[in-house]
Write a protein that binds this ligand. Structure first.
Ligand SMILES: *Cc1c(COP(=O)(O)O)cnc(C)c1O
Length: 456
C-alpha cells in the first residue's frame, strides 16, 4: 500500500501548479479546481508525468475551459441563422440600446406619464402588433414557450384535443418535437391526414366536442414536393370560423419582410399575410428571420392575446428587460423602414463581387503561409430551420495546409482567438465569407496565420 502510493507524492502541489500556470484569463477558483481535477486523474491512473508534461496537460485543460465560455466566434459556415452559433447577431444600435438599459434603472413597468405602475413593454407590444397587422401582440422567451402558453390556455380537461396534420408533426433542431410540445402544453394530439396529403375534410371530420384548437405548423426545416396536398390557410380559417374552433399558426421563422425581394430566397409567409387570411393567432421566433434576440412573438385577436397574458404561466415565460429592449430596438429598425440594417438580413444581400473582392485581398495577405489558398464557391443557407430549400450563392476561402490534416487545421481554427468555425468540403477547409462581417477579415487572417505558425 505504502509503496504504491509513494511515487504519487512526487506530483506537484495544487498551489505550485496554479502559480506556474500564471495569468490564464479564468477566475482563480476555476483554475484551482481544474488543477485538482487533473491531479486526481493522475493519481487515479497512478501516473507521475514530468513537470513539463503536467504543465502542458494543464494548459490544454485551461484552454478547453476558456473555450467553453460563451464568447464571440467568427461564423464562416455560411449558415446565417446558425442555432449553435447564437442565430441572429444583433446590429450595433440594438446592442447599444441593450447596454444602456443593462447598466441603468429603467421604466420596465413604470408609467412615466402617470407616475405609477405601468404595463410591461407597452410600446413594444403595440408596435409588434402594427408590424404584424394584428389587433394585439405579446412576447415570451421563445417560440417553444409561445406554443406552450397557447396550448395551456386553450386546452382544458374536457376540451384538450389539438388537430394537427400528420405532414406537420415535425422535429426542429435538437429534440424539439411538435408532438412533445403539445403534450407539455396539456394537449392531446389529434393527427389527421397522411404525411403528404391532408384535406380540408380530414380536419372537418376530426372536429368534435373535445376539440380545443386547430393548429397549423410551418414545416420549417424541410419541404415537400410532388404528390402533396394541404388546405390553404383561408380554407382552414373558414372552417375554424364555421365551427367556432380557434386556428393557430406556428410560423416558425416569422419573416416581417417580403423574402422574395432578397436574392435566392423563396416566399416565406409573413404574420400579417397569415392573419389577414383569418388565423386567430400566429406565433414565431424573434431570432430567426426577424433578426432580433431570442423571443417568441404571439400576435392576433386582442381578446385572445389579453387572455394569454392573464395565464399564470405567462409570468414564468415572460422576457427580461434586456431581451425586451433588444426586441424594441429591432422593431424600431423595421418601423423606420431599415430592416436591412439588421445583420441577418444585410448579410443575405451582399453582392458576390463584394465577397470576391474581400476574398482576393484576404488571399493576398496569406501568401507567405505554408498552405494553398484558393477562392472557392459556397452555397450559404439561411439556417435555423428556415427556408431549407434556399441556397444563396457565396464565396469561400479554400485552405489546404501543407503540413497538417484538414481536421487538424479546423480544430486549430476552432481553438483560436477568436475561434473560427468553417467546414470541410471538396478536400479543403472552407471559410464562407457571407457570414463573416467585413470588419472581421483582418481577425480572420490573423487567426489563420496563428494556426499555421504555432507548430505544436
Ligand atoms: C424554430 C421553430 C420553433 C422553435 O422556436 P424557438 O424560438 O427556437 O423556440 C417552433 N416551431 C417552428 C415551426 C420553428 O421553425
Amino acid at each position: 500500500m505504502e509503496a504504491a502510493a509513494s511515487p504519487l507524492r512526487a506530483l506537484p502541489s495544487v498551489e505550485k501548479l496554479t502559480q506556474a500556470l500564471g495569468e490564464t484569463g479564468l477566475p482563480r477558483p476555476v483554475v484551482v479546481s481544474l488543477v485538482r481535477r487533473e491531479l486526481a486523474g493522475f493519481r487515479e491512473r497512478k501516473e507521475v508525468p514530468s513537470w513539463p508534461e503536467i504543465l502542458s496537460h494543464l494548459e490544454e485543460a485551461v484552454q478547453n475551459t476558456r473555450l467553453s465560455r460563451i464568447q464571440p466566434v467568427i461564423n464562416a459556415t455560411g449558415i446565417l441563422l446558425h442555432t449553435n452559433l447564437g442565430r441572429a447577431p444583433l446590429n450595433a444600435a440594438v446592442a447599444d440600446a441593450v447596454r444602456e438599459i443593462a447598466s441603468h434603472y429603467n421604466n420596465l413597468e413604470f408609467d412615466l406619464v402617470q407616475g405609477e405602475r405601468g404595463g410591461r413593454a407597452a410600446y413594444l407590444e403595440e408596435n409588434l402588433a402594427r408590424l404584424c397587422g394584428a389587433e394585439a401582440a405579446t412576447v415570451v422567451n421563445n417560440n417553444a414557450a409561445a406554443l406552450v402558453l397557447i396550448l395551456q390556455h386553450f386546452c382544458q380537461e374536457t376540451r384538450s384535443e389539438v388537430i394537427v396534420s400528420r405532414g406537420e408533426l415535425i422535429q426542429i433542431g435538437g429534440g424539439f418535437r411538435i408532438p412533445d410540445i403539445l403534450e407539455t402544453g396539456g394537449a392531446h394530439l389529434r393527427e389527421v391526414g397522411t404525411t403528404n396529403k391532408t384535406s380540408l375534410d380530414d380536419y372537418a371530420r376530426a372536429i368534435r366536442p373535445e376539440t380545443a384548437l386547430i393548429m397549423k405548423v410551418h414545416r420549417s426545416n424541410f419541404w415537400m414536393e410532388g404528390f402533396v396536398e394541404s388546405p390553404s390557410t383561408e380554407e382552414l380559417a373558414a372552417l375554424s370560423g364555421e365551427r367556432n374552433i380557434p386556428l393557430v399558426e406556428d410560423l416558425g421563422s416569422g419573416a416581417l419582410i417580403r423574402t422574395v425581394s432578397l436574392p435566392g430566397l423563396p416566399h416565406e409567409p409573413t404574420p400579417a399575410e397569415v392573419l389577414a387570411q383569418g388565423v386567430s393567432l400566429v406565433c414565431f421566433s424573434g431570432d430567426k428571420l426577424l433578426g432580433g434576440p431570442q423571443a417568441g412573438i404571439i400576435a392576433g385577436e386582442k381578446l385572445l392575446v389579453s387572455a394569454l397574458k392573464r395565464e399564470p404561466i405567462f409570468r414564468a415565460l415572460r422576457c427580461d428587460k434586456l431581451v425586451l429592449t433588444a426586441l424594441q430596438a429591432t422593431i424600431d429598425c423595421y418601423l423606420a423602414g431599415e430592416p436591412s440594417e439588421l445583420p441577418a438580413l444585410s448579410m443575405l444581400k451582399v453582392p458576390l463581387e463584394e465577397l470576391r473582392r474581400r476574398a482576393v485581398s484576404l488571399c493576398d495577405t496569406l501568401l507567405d503561409l505554408p498552405l494553398t489558398v484558393e477562392i472557392g464557391t459556397g452555397k450559404a443557407e439561411v439556417g435555423g430551420g428556415t427556408l431549407p430549400q434556399a441556397r444563396i450563392p457565396s464565396v469561400t476561402l479554400d485552405l489546404l495546409p501543407n503540413e497538417m490534416t484538414l481536421e487538424e487545421l479546423s480544430q486549430r481554427l476552432r481553438r483560436g482567438s477568436p475561434p473560427v468555425v468553417g467546414y470541410i468540403g471538396n478536400s479543403r477547409v472552407k471559410l464562407d465569407l457571407r457570414t463573416v462581417f467585413p470588419y472581421q477579415d483582418e481577425l480572420l487572417a490573423a487567426a489563420i496565420r496563428a494556426c499555421l505558425s504555432s507548430a505544436t
